[in-house]
Design a protein around this ligand. Structure first.
Ligand SMILES: NC(=O)c1ccc[n+]([C@@H]2O[C@H](COP(=O)([O-])OP(=O)(O)OC[C@H]3O[C@@H](n4cnc5c(N)ncnc54)[C@H](OP(=O)(O)O)[C@@H]3O)[C@@H](O)[C@H]2O)c1
Length: 279
């Protein structure tokens, strides 16, 4: 890997690369696809229904990049096998963003067998088998970037989202295992773990003003993230700029993971220590 010293920013240039983003029809995935296109990549964008990808395709094409829409249900073996067949027949993917995900918010005792399977099958099994379908092409070319989209729950557990936390904890470990497996052949695998960003998946939470205040109090940066604030970490992990980084989970969380519950804060010692849950 050569690193341009005259212009270090050139390492972030994705011209000539093709990225595949799962769950690109809305939310973070749609932004990830557009950001990669803005950095020069062509895109394969996927969601369960091809028609839901029309807007993101238009966005990418307006940036002068190519966008191939593809129907892909990451919980369906047949659907993933269809993707694997496309890869075998010549679809080139240099960057994979495993973004498709879902959540079920219920107390643990109310979580059903089907809830558990839906979350784990989408978030964890789906990510693994999509990578298994796409990565052979990367290994054959000796270059690739896999970015698994995790969450703060890669490293913390919260009541009400047990299946989601289990899927994200698993994704952190999966990232390390795949990094070790595929590193020797030039493929890096990292996990980008967002904190709290407003999308369809989290919208209900933001309607609760008390919750937003509670959350912001626990964030060193005192506010939720805005979606473009994920761009820098995404481009770093997607490009040559991260050539010596693999197996890592990069939290983009406003610092929440520095001390999620502020358990050790001394009451009244600073303006930021208003809430002490467990002194
Ligand atoms: N928003 C946050 O604050 C936040 C924080 C941490 C992590 N995350 C993670 O980031 C990712 C994106 O989140 P988001 O907030 O943008 O969610 P979102 O708005 O609900 O979007 C989810 C995306 O995943 C796709 N998807 C869902 N099930 C699928 C399946 N079985 N097969 C293929 N695609 C499927 C959806 O596409 P279709 O419905 O069109 O198929 C959609 O494009 C998720 O993995 C989420 O867990 C989000």
């Amino acid at each position: 890997m050569t690193h341009p010293t005259a212009n270090p920013l050139a390492a972030f240039d994705l011209t000539g690369k093709t990225a595949l983003v799962t769950g690109a029809s809305r939310g973070l995935g749609r932004r990830f696809a557009s950001t990669l296109a803005a950095a020069g990549a062509d895109l394969v964008v996927t969601a369960r229904e091809e028609k839901s990808l029309a807007a993101v395709v238009q966005e990418i094409e307006s940036l002068g990049r190519r966008a191939v829409p593809l129907a892909l249900d990451v919980t369906s073996r047949a659907s993933i096998e269809g993707l694997a067949a496309r890869i075998r027949s010549g679809l080139v993917v240099d960057i994979l963003v495993n973004n498709a995900g879902c959540n079920v918010r219920k107390r643990a005792l109310d979580l059903t067998w089907d809830d558990w399977n839906r979350v784990l099958d989408t978030n964890l099994r789906g990510a693994f088998f999509v990578a298994q379908a796409v990565v052979p092409g990367m290994l054959a070319r000796g270059y690739g970037r896999v970015i698994n989209i995790g969450s703060l729950t890669c490293v913390f557990g919260y009541a009400g989202i047990a299946a989601y936390c289990a899927s994200r904890g698993g994704m952190k470990q999966l990232t390390m295992s795949l990094a070790d497996d595929w590193g020797p052949e030039g493929v890096t695998v990292n996990c980008l773990a967002p904190g709290w960003f407003r999308t369809e998946q989290t919208a209900a939470l933001y309607e609760n003003a008390a919750w937003v205040e509670y959350l912001c109090d626990r964030l060193p940066l005192k506010r939720p993230g805005t979606i473009p604030e994920l761009d820098g970490a995404l481009l770093f992990l997607a490009s040559s700029a991260s050539s010596y980084v693999t197996g890592q989970t990069l939290l983009v969380d406003g610092g929440m993971s520095t001390g999620a519950t502020r358990a050790m804060a001394v009451p009244n010692s600073s303006p930021n220590s208003r809430s002490v849950d467990n002194p």
